[in-house]
Write a new protein. Structure first.
Length: 369
């Protein structure tokens, strides 16, 4: 199957082409604004399906709306009719097509041209009116507020919000691409002659900005947001994609002493926190218990022993642990516990606790095992 993608270097086009190749489609005909014009006719002749994603939404001249959104669509149709081709066409329109603005009206006219052509030639036409699309590889400071917010906030630059209560209708790029792939097998979602992406979101501009601001603070607060919310999880992935390449890494605040170090890694409101503990040879850490806190210890490097004793018992429970056979040890409430490095090198332990540490209520009481 040969697949023509117009707007191949654009946000949606780039993501779609990557996914098509992942699915094993290798005959992809890529057409963009810098392609040679005569290529388009040849591509139309060869294509088994056309993803017409090219469009103009912020041109220098208003006339460009008509030239690109309508003109390029008519050009594709002319080539198909000239060579008696009637391959399916998937068209990226916009919810703006319902509005009386130059961009929306040009998209609406392109839709009409395609529907008329489809009826006349019995060609399958699949038109999507996309809401605001967000995700990786979207151009910032252009026509995506989320891309702009992510780009600027990741760089400590100011953002502007004129209507904080404005509700944005959003679709995530991966959800959109997954839907477009269904067009290859005739499984696309359709209703009232239009196709649609079944997963969309509504969220205010202020909520978007607040979440992205919080994403930036994670490096210092270590507080991971509630990623059980699909929109927040996708916004977070989007934000990470806009971090400058020379700033992917960042240092953690290590609490170092003669025994080794203790470093908080991540915190969550509902799933506790994760820390990294490093112990020098022969060092014993712990010898305390908790009323409510429960922990999981995982030695990932070195070798040691974990000891536990119920506070009203004389019986000690012991577990030999090492980084060559990863074993998790649960630390229940009401058990005093410690961990000792038995090796000749540093021992590294990943520690999870079900509650984020609160210095006002530490719930930690000294008692030797």
């Amino acid at each position: 199957m040969k697949i023509l993608v117009t707007g191949s270097k654009g946000f949606i086009g780039k993501n779609l082409i990557v996914s098509l190749k992942e699915k094993g489609y290798t005959n992809i005909l890529e057409y963009d604004k810098d392609s040679e014009k005569e290529m388009l006719e040849n591509y139309c002749i060869e294509s088994d399906i056309i993803y017409h994603l090219a469009g103009s939404n912020r041109p220098k001249e208003i006339s460009d709306f008509s030239d690109t959104n309508i003109g390029l669509t008519e050009e594709i149709i002319n080539y198909l009719e000239k060579h008696n081709r009637n391959c399916p066409i998937v068209f990226a329109s916009s919810i703006q097509a319902e509005k009386e603005n130059p961009y929306g009206m040009s998209k609406k006219e392109a839709e009409n041209v395609l529907f008329e052509y489809g009826t006349r030639t019995n060609t399958k036409i699949m038109i999507y009116r996309f809401p605001n699309v967000f995700g990786k590889w979207c151009r910032p400071n252009y026509n995506s507020v989320i891309a702009t917010f992510c780009y600027n906030i990741a760089r400590g630059l100011p953002i502007s919000i004129n209507e904080p209560a404005k509700v944005m209708e959003l679709v995530y790029i991966d959800d959109l691409v997954n839907e477009l792939l269904l067009c290859l097998t005739g499984e696309q979602h359709e209703k009232d002659k239009y196709c649609f992406v079944p997963i969309t979101y509504s969220i205010t501009l202020k909520n978007i900005a607040d979440n992205i601001e919080n994403f930036r603070k994670i490096r210092t607060t270590k507080d991971i947001p509630d990623l059980s919310s699909s929109i927040i999880s996708k916004l977070y992935s989007t934000y990470i994609s806009y971090i400058p390449q020379n700033e992917f890494s960042y240092e953690l605040d290590m609490h170092i002493d003669t025994r080794g170090s203790f470093t908080e890694f991540l915190k969550t409101l509902d799933k506790g926190q994760i820390s990294v503990n490093i112990s020098k040879p022969g060092i014993i850490k712990g010898n305390h218990w908790h009323h409510s806190k429960t922990e999981k210890f995982l030695v990932v490097y070195g070798q040691g022993i974990i000891r536990l004793r119920q506070i009203d018992s004389k019986e000690t429970i012991q577990y030999l642990v090492n980084g060559e056979k990863l074993t998790v040890v649960d630390i229940p409430p009401g058990y005093t516990h410690n961990i000792e490095n038995l090796g000749n090198s540093d021992m590294v332990t990943i520690m999870w606790v079900n509650e984020v540490f609160d210095p006002k209520h530490p719930d930690t009481f000294y008692l030797e095992v």
